[in-house]
Design a protein around this ligand. Sequence first.
Ligand SMILES: Cc1cc2nc3c(=O)[nH]c(=O)nc-3n(C[C@H](O)[C@H](O)[C@H](O)COP(=O)(O)O)c2cc1C
Length: 175
Amino acid sequence: MSKILIIYSTTDGHTKKICQRIKNFLTDGNLVELLSLEDSKKVDLSNFEKIIIGASIRYGKHSKELYKFINFNKDVLDQKKSAFFSVNVVARKPEKNTAETNPYIDKFLKISKWKPNKISVFAGKVDYPNYNFFDKYIIKFIMFITKGPTDTSQSYEFTDWSKVDDFSEEFRNNY
Ligand SMILES: Cc1cc2nc3c(=O)[nH]c(=O)nc-3n(C[C@H](O)[C@H](O)[C@H](O)COP(=O)(O)O)c2cc1C
């Protein structure tokens, strides 16, 4: 039985949904806590044996708060069995959906001083009806040039949930 902390950095909630799925998977045999990045600042990370952080991309970047959190907690993070994953829609493309081929993982590894034991990437969601006017049309334009869906009356979930479960299983078995 391990004490595991799962931290999510999200804007629209999809990364939290992925973290919830990982939590449900790992809860069998472990004590798992799920917290937002904001709430994680209030807990003592040294109380956990394993830490997973999931963070989404917005306009090409993970949040500044994510890097601040990592820098501030680097020493304690380095002592844990750990994993990081990014959520973005570039990862819906088969040629960009591994840690080795996704551009945002490459960026993360260049910026972050923390080097997690396991790194992954999951395709996120395009949720047009819930975007404001500006975001809706920027995302529609990006989808148009990258051959994605452009009907703004619909939501499109690209997440491969079996890949999320495989990530959880590998983390449980190897770390
Ligand atoms: C305003 C906005 C900007 C985004 N920018 C990017 C981007 O630059 N690259 C990308 O791959 N995905 C981008 N996305 C897609 C998000 O990463 C995706 O919707 C993800 O599921 C969001 O997760 P969250 O709900 O946890 O924030 C963007 C989404 C929005 C709404």
